[in-house]
Design a protein around this ligand. Structure first.
Ligand code: FAD
Length: 462
């Protein structure tokens, strides 16, 4: 009977393990930290709820309003008219635990263990021996153990050890930095069903910055290419400043940083080892979305294994596993290319960012954007809509040149006047007010740590 190890209990690993376990295949799902809170905005598309049979209880907030804020502080609101449509906001510790436990309930052996190294056999063809520290008895160091399997799914995120063992090659990464900020209830009410996206060189030279609502706090963050990593503290300060009037009385409860892959690794299948999710490099450009694609790739890879192994009766070959890659690239290759193109056009300078926000004011653009995000489908457009979009793009880019500012002003608050905001900011007691995100090193991702650099509320004013 086929033996499969899935390394990593995030969305990609759990969704792979679920399919394998359901098919009766012997499956071990390794997760180094069962209460792991992956640094993440936690936004998921609506289609994921149904497709992955997610209960409403793991969705903290249903966001129906997205506010885009341009470099010149132009605000464009995108509203989901249909009350059944929303973007789900989740806490990853809850979300991941649900998927992991479901896989375990279906028969996967859930191992609370850190995979430290892998013997890959002759020509990396297996069988594979995993060396891991088992933490299930609760000790701090773990008990060293080994397990032999026929096949490995590497679902261990951006710092994947499976990718190293299989010599999958490197990918470029972006660095994302995020602060979790708890707000007083009256400030939190503003973010009830609203998420914000800020663009501008002050908040990110190549992506966007965000304020996403969570259960009882907001996640405020930004990302940039690794080449600009040294700017990250200044960029985080930029988003804090731009959103400052909406974050009154906030207290930083967590600071986190993590790499985001920029493109797939050169090799995603070697021998009987396959990569999925962030380990493979499946985050989209422009939006930085990876949760859905992680879950989907885990599922698609596992489905291929079930089919090729005749539900575990034989060991699939490298060629069999590569069918998953072919199907993946066929299904999503164009999506990745289009989003990369959009990122290159619209995030390249402030004029283009102005144009991008201006374009988002158009109802056709909003519907197109939301449909492709929420339902992961490309909406057919009639010729008139296509012409309109092309003209709109050109006009917006030209207008953006004129509007793009030399400097930045704080964003006028949507909930109060500038005078009110200034009076409140002056009155907020220093103990509960936030300090700027400088004066301490940004938590840069440690490739050997294998995961996040979560910290305690060091930025909260003392
Ligand atoms: C700041 C930030 C914000 C983001 N916001 C969003 C967003 O709003 N929406 C969205 O769709 N995407 C977002 N993303 C991307 C998203 O977080 C990832 O694409 C997604 O988590 C990938 O899932 P995964 O299962 O492939 O990997 P991960 O979620 O990284 O899971 C890997 C798991 O493997 C475990 N692990 C690692 N190494 C080992 C080992 N050696 N042994 C055992 N276990 C191991 C880890 O503990 C972890 O639980 C964001 C990313 C960042 C950094």
């Amino acid at each position: 009977m086929l033996r499969v190890a899935v390394v990593g209990g995030g969305p990609s690993g759990s969704c792979a393990a679920e399919v394998l376990a359901k098919a009766g295949i012997q499956t071990w799902l390794f997760e180094r930290k069962l209460d792991n809170a992956k640094p993440c905005g936690g936004a998921i598309p609506l289609c994921m709820v149904e497709e992955f049979d997610l209960p409403e209880s793991i969705i903290d907030r249903k966001v129906r309003n997205m506010r885009m804020i341009s470099p010149s502080n132009r605000e464009v609101d995108i509203h989901l008219e249909n009350s059944s449509e929303y973007i789900g906001m989740c806490r990853r510790e809850i979300f991941d635990a649900f998927l992991r436990n479901r896989a375990a309930a279906l028969g996967a052996h859930l191992v609370n263990g850190l995979v430290q190294s892998i013997d890959t056999g002759t020509d990396r063809q297996g069988p594979y021996t995993l060396h891991y520290a088992d933490y299930s008895s609760g000790g701090p160091t773990g008990e060293l153990k080994t397990l032999e399997v026929d096949l490995i799914i590497g679902a261990d995120g951006a710092n994947s050890r499976v990718a190293k063992a299989m010599d999958a090659g490197d990918y470029n990464v972006a660095i994302a930095f995020q602060e979790r900020i708890r707000l007083p209830a009256e400030e939190m009410a503003y973010y009830e069903d609203l998420a914000e996206m800020y663009v501008g060189t002050d908040v990110s030279p190549d992506f966007y910055a965000w304020v996403f609502p969570k259960y009882d706090h907001v996640a405020v963050g930004t990302g940039t290419m690794q080449a600009n990593q040294s700017l990250i503290k200044g960029l985080q300060k930029g988003i804090r400043e731009r959103a400052s009037r909406r974050l009154l009385g906030g207290e930083v409860i967590k600071v986190e940083a993590h790499p985001i892959p920029e493109h797939p690794r050169p090799r995603r299948v070697v021998g009987r080892m396959a990569l999925v999710g962030d380990a493979a490099g499946y985050v989209t450009k422009s939006s930085g979305e990876g949760i859905y694609f992680a879950a989907k790739s885990g599922r698609m890879c596992a489905e291929e294994i079930v089919a090729a192994s005749d539900s575990g009766r034989r060991i699939p070959s490298e060629k069999d596993l590569k069918v998953y890659i072919r199907k993946w690239d066929r299904k999503y290759g164009a999506t990745y290319k289009v989003l990369e193109l959009l990122q290159n056009i619209f995030y390249s300078n402030d004029a283009a960012r102005e144009a991008f926000v201006e374009m988002c004011d158009d109802k056709d653009v909003q519907r197109l954007t939301f449909d492709s995000y929420l339902y992961k489908r490309v909406v057919p457009m009639n010729p008139w809509q296509q012409i309109k979009l092309t003209v709109l793009t050109l006009a917006a880019v030209l207008r953006g040149q004129a509007l793009a500012p030399a400097g930045y002003k704080p964003v006028p608050s949507a909930v109060r006047t500038s005078e009110e905001a200034e009076a409140l900011m002056a009155a907020v007691a220093p103990r509960s007010a936030m300090k700027p995100a400088e004066g301490r090193p940004a938590s840069s991702p440690d490739p050997e740590a294998g995961q996040d650099s979560q910290r305690e509320p060091a930025l909260a004013a003392k």
